[in-house]
Design a protein around this ligand. Sequence first.
Ligand code: SF4
Length: 220
Amino acid sequence: MPRETMKDKRERALAVAERMNEHYPAAECALVYGGNPFRLTIAVLLSAQTTDKGVNKVTPALWERYPTPADLASADVRDVEDIIRTIGFYHTKAANVIRCAQMVVADYGGEIPRDIDELQKLPGVGRKTANVVLNEAFGIVEGIAVDTHVFRIAHRLKFAGPSADTPAKTEDVLLKLYPRSWWGPINHQWVLFGRETCIARHPKCETCFICDLCPSCGKV
Ligand code: SF4
């Protein structure tokens, strides 16, 4: 592909978004949380480095044992570990979810704050988790959650270059590329696309619906 101007790149980015809207008109969060922002926060926190499916298998038992933030705040870490031990990094995550619940109870009256900076004060909650929670639970769009799928796809599409070597830098690039009104669905759509088509090891370029818009088509 010849060197692309910023204007061309923006047009290509919008074309990608339009195709995503056609293919994933109702992309949703795969985590089951019953519309409860606290449970969503804990589920997203548990989902780091593991699958949403794996998280959905352990959270029903977690909520049954600890129905409220106050219940989880006073949990014994070994009991939480026992419930979530099938997921990656369960030891650290058990400690984090209890500390997170404790802070939600102590500092936020048992409610998840609707503010990206306040959310990031919760143990285990980084910008990605904060973006997902705000967007999914409250419909507030402050950024684009960059997880492993969004990071990979942004780079394969050459929206992000080699210098955007962290999720935060990649988010910055995407926020500049897309108008704010387009940010909302990007994470859910790209996660689905990353699982189904632009897979980490073997992307299915031959059947990809944005192959004509992708400089990496067939080259990865
Ligand atoms: S063409 Fe290939 S590398 Fe490009 S987005 Fe599609 S699957 Fe990913």
